[in-house]
Design a protein around this ligand. Structure first.
Ligand code: MG
Length: 375
């Protein structure tokens, strides 16, 4: 079994192996003295794995209850958390008991937030079933929910007791959810690992998906261990996300998945980096080609004025500015503080986001002023 040890304030292991889901009880039992385990899952995942997890936990001495919520980002709000609290309280869950988050990123974020706050914090285990959750969101201890005003505006840092990654779960995922996860996979190559990026270019990631998952979680582990609360290096994980979040917002959180929006955001910010002579020329085209290989978009149809305005509402804004993550080249990333007033001009390239190749109308606008870029 591949094991990635995460040495945070509360150290834990990430286990990666095919067929782990039906064996989860065996791996969770040594980690806890809990009598009760509450599985939190959604309506998409429950039909596939609910009983497999339930039976394995029950076989290892847990009294098991399952809470199922309606699948989708629309469920990621405090109302769903209140329903989870009700299940936990009715089942008389105590501080020594455990929550098992079984599902994708939304499930992990919400089950983790419930675990972080119920009785001021109980233990939880992540069993991520989407590629996005396996390579990214299940690692790092971020939990939370959305508010009508924006994504992930309420939350807590709460480390899991373990993360159990079963690549077999990806077989039941529709292709677009594989693409969604590939956005974050490509991000890891961009920010930290040029050789990994080249491997994604030359091979099919799904052929050696266990290696891909292990590489991604190891990079995230290294970054998060050095910076648990996102003050410095952890910001690099936001590469593509400032514009990505703006794209998700402008598409009403439904037109584009997170991974799709991040893919377009990575290409755009790399183009901006090239325009501003901080990024090696050709980098954006390489990222765009890799995104296309994995069925991800390399652009978005909104204007730079709209993108800049939406990005200014992102929670990662610091006062009057925003920390942009840029690349020197593939595998080498850094942050740059950008005053909000300068963001639109900084990201505006003469390749309009929606007309990658055939736009000729605005080619003379390379020295965009604020007035010109409102065209
Ligand atoms: Mg992300």
């Amino acid at each position: 079994m591949r094991t990635v040890h995460v040495d945070t304030g509360a150290p834990y292991d990430i286990f990666i192996e095919r067929g782990l889901i039906p064996r989860c009880g065996e791996l969770i039992r040594p980690l806890t003295s809990a009598q009760k385990a509450v599985i939190i899952t959604d309506t998409n995942v429950a039909p596939h794995y609910q009983w497999s997890v339930h039976n394995s936990l029950a076989a290892h001495g847990f009294n098991v209850k399952t809470h199922i919520f309606k699948a989708g980002e629309e469920s990621k709000h405090l109302g769903t958390i209140a329903e989870i609290y009700k299940t936990l309280a009715d089942f008389r869950v105590t501080r020594r008991d455990i929550i098992v988050a079984l599902g994708g990123g939304v499930c992990g974020d919400m089950a983790g937030f419930a675990a972080a706050t119920y009785l001021r914090g109980i233990s939880f285990v992540q069993i991520p079933t989407s590629l996005l959750a396996q390579v990214d969101s299940s690692v790092g201890g971020k939990t939370g929910v959305d508010l009508p005003q924006g994504k992930n505006l309420v939350g807590a840092f709460h480390q899991p007791a373990a993360v159990l990654i079963d690549p077999d779960a990806l077989a039941t995922l529709p292709d677009r959810f594989i693409a969604d996860g590939m956005g974050e996979v490509i991000k890891y190559g961009c920010i930290k690992d040029a050789a990994f990026f080249e491997q994604l270019e030359s091979r099919d990631a799904m052929e050696n998906i266990e290696d891909v998952i292990e590489t991604c979680v190891s990079i995230k582990r290294d970054v998060v261990s050095r910076d648990e609360k996102e003050s410095g290096e952890r910001m690099l994980l936001n590469f593509g996300h400032t514009l990505g979040h703006a794209i998700e917002k402008l598409n009403g959180f439904s037109g584009m998945t997170h991974g799709m929006a991040v893919a377009a955001g990575m290409v755009m910010i790399a183009r901006a980096g090239e325009k501003n002579e901080l990024t090696e020329p050709g980098t954006a085209d390489r990222i765009a080609a890799l995104c296309k290989k994995y069925d991800l978009p390399a652009s978005d149809s909104h204007g730079f004025d709209e993108l800049a305005e939406a990005a200014a509402g992102d929670k990662k804004t610091a006062g009057d500015g925003i920390n942009l993550v840029l690349l020197r080249k593939i595998g080498d990333s850094f942050t740059l503080f950008m005053p909000l007033a300068e963001l639109e001009e900084y990201i505006a390239t003469d390749t309009r986001p929606d007309e990658e190749t055939e736009n000729t109308e605005h080619t003379e606008n390379t020295g965009n002023t604020d007035e010109q870029s409102d065209i």
